[in-house]
Design a protein around this ligand. Structure first.
Ligand code: ZN
Length: 554
């Protein structure tokens, strides 16, 4: 009797080791993936923690029905094993976390493309890795044993797990924060998503939801009337026009704009080929809200016009350009669906970022290959949007190790603490890598020797302890500072382009104070387009340009 009970509840207490084996078995299927993601420094800690928590859920059935432990663990284990193969396989191939954006890409690309991918990335060691992974799962299953708790305790423990995983978070959101049902649901889903099998289940639900939103927005855009009397000075002539949208880059951190550290050596070197506008600001400090204005006729007075008026993408298509969109930003997250909708207004898209969390490692130089691919496309008239991840948080995830050049306090404002200085350094390193990416895009375009032009601007800036007091990190519209809005705005053009589009703007033009909420007029002006509603006072290079009022007047 004593022997039979050895592994179970004994007189003096609970079989903690038994619970440990059960938990380890359930955690293994989500946890290994998150250990690998953490070990390779791929993403933030949230997913790892949630996988730890969510694995507790499976203890509930085995604690309530200990006699069926072997059967329950076998069934749950099989399901978890099966779903974990997707996330692990994805990690093996791409070194990244599986997310709803991956599902989007899978459904976006056709079957042949998908199987090509798998064939291209399949490596022999994946088979033994799969076998070892599965063998460890079987080993853990064999160690699993029933844990017989007194009935009351088993129920109490199960209830505690459910309250911890769902009850308390729901209470905190719905009651304490008085969040609407939608928000509560979102919170719970976000907490479950990092664990198998939820990353597939919830990922798919999120994908369907965002796809629906996107289709509504695209349908609305399809009903937008064309631009009236659009006249293109280059009609029928070959040209390659590129719009590079940066991310969270404050021009005050670029040596091109006078930053004491040499953070933009490559752009500095090509300065005489660039128009560097010194006084351009974003209308809002947030990506989506800004780009709704930058890319369309919407502005601060009419922020909803992006729904009812044409976009730059619509304009370029109407003028007969073949249009492309390369993005290194996330696609099917709730916030970014708007961006994906904009991208879908072009003819061809390249989605490069499938991370679940925005704060994941992702380098912008991956836009260069699709950019080359488009440049060699035989279409004579091309319009290309390149949307970078730029210098978005976390800064240290934005550049490869060889760009870690700023590591000490030289050039750091003395008021910063060591901790702040370390972040300041990672931001400057990210700006340095951004310099490499933007200058490479210009070099690649220049190498085509075609009639071409490129505009680079950032969506908004970023305060990296720059403003007075040196306390602010990031952006906050409630407490605005200049660094959150001060953006780089540069124009490069080829000799062939300048032969028909003189670009000799003087100092007074380069110093104009301007908000990118009116960018569509500047773009139209730069590329030689006119239409009924064209307003040259809203063009940065316009003849009767009207300067943006100072910040406090807005
Ligand atoms: Zn942004």
């Amino acid at each position: 009797m004593a022997f039979a009970n050895q592994a179970n509840t004994t007189r003096n207490g609970i079989d903690w080791a038994g619970i440990g084996w059960l938990y380890l078995f359930f955690w293994y299927f989500s946890g290994l993936n998150h250990v690998l993601l953490q070990f390779t420094g791929t993403t933030i800690f949230f997913g790892f923690r949630q996988a730890l928590f969510m694995s507790l859920l499976w203890l509930v059935p085995v604690l309530l029905f200990p006699h069926k432990t072997k059967a329950i663990t076998a069934v749950i284990g099989l399901v978890l094993w099966f779903f974990s193969l997707f996330s692990l396989g994805y990690f093996c191939i791409y070194g990244q976390e599986f997310s709803q954006s991956v599902i989007f890409i899978i459904f976006e690309s056709n079957q042949a493309e998908s199987s090509e991918y798998v064939a291209q990335y399949f490596v022999w060691w994946m088979i033994p890795a799969l076998l070892v992974y599965s063998a460890v799962a079987i080993y853990l299953w064999r160690r699993v044993r029933p844990v017989f708790l007194p009935r009351g305790l088993a129920w109490a423990a199960s209830l505690l797990i459910l309250v911890f995983l769902f009850g308390y978070p729901i209470y905190r959101q719905a009651v304490v924060k008085e969040a609407p049902f939608e928000r509560v649901r979102e919170q719970i889903e976000d907490r479950m998503e990092p664990a198998v099998p939820w990353q597939m289940v919830i990922g798919y639900l999120h994908y369907r939801e965002q796809l629906g939103n996107m289709q509504d927005l695209l349908l609305a855009n399809a009903k937008v009337p064309p631009i009236a009397n659009l006249i293109d000075a280059n009609a029928g002539q070959p040209a390659t026009l590129v719009l590079v949208i940066g991310e969270s880059t404050n021009r005050q951190h670029m040596s091109l704009y006078g930053h004491p550290r040499q953070t933009t050596p490559k752009l500095d070197a090509m300065r005489d080929q660039l128009l560097v506008f010194n006084n351009v600001f974003s209308p809002r400090p947030y990506t989506i809200e800004t780009l709704q204005q930058v890319l369309t006729f919407a502005d601060q007075e009419n922020p909803d016009w992006y729904l009812t008026r044409p976009s730059i993408m619509n304009m370029m298509k109407q003028a007969g350009y073949q249009t492309y969109w390369i993005t290194n930003q996330q696609t099917m997250t709730k916030r970014n669906t708007m961006l994906t909708t904009f991208s879908q207004q072009t003819d061809k898209q390249f989605y490069l970022n499938n991370s679940r969390a925005q704060n994941s490692r992702q380098y912008d130089d991956d836009v260069l290959e699709p950019f080359q691919q488009i440049l060699s496309d035989p279409a004579p008239r091309k319009f290309i949007v390149v949307h970078l991840l730029g210098t978005h948080m976390k800064y240290e995830y934005r550049y490869p190790p060889e760009y870690e050049r700023f590591t000490n306090r030289d050039g750091v404002p003395p008021a910063l603490t060591d901790e702040q200085a370390a972040i300041y350094n990672t931001y400057d390193n990210a700006v340095l890598f951004n310099d490499h990416v933007v200058s490479s895009l210009i070099e690649d375009l220049a190498a085509t020797k075609s009639k071409s032009m490129l505009v680079y601007l950032s969506d908004h800036g970023e305060d990296v302890f720059d403003s007075a007091g040196h306390k602010m990190l990031g952006r906050n519209e409630g407490a605005p500072t200049v660094p959150m809005y001060a953006i780089p705005f540069i124009v490069w053009s080829s000799d062939a382009w300048r032969a028909t589009h003189p670009m000799d703007f003087g100092r007074t033009v380069l110093d104009r104070r301007y908000s990118t909420s009116d960018f569509i007029y500047t773009w139209a002006d730069l590329v030689g387009m006119r239409f009924d509603d064209f307003d040259s006072s809203k063009s940065l290079i316009g003849k009767d340009f009207k300067e943006l009022p100072l910040f406090d007047e807005r």
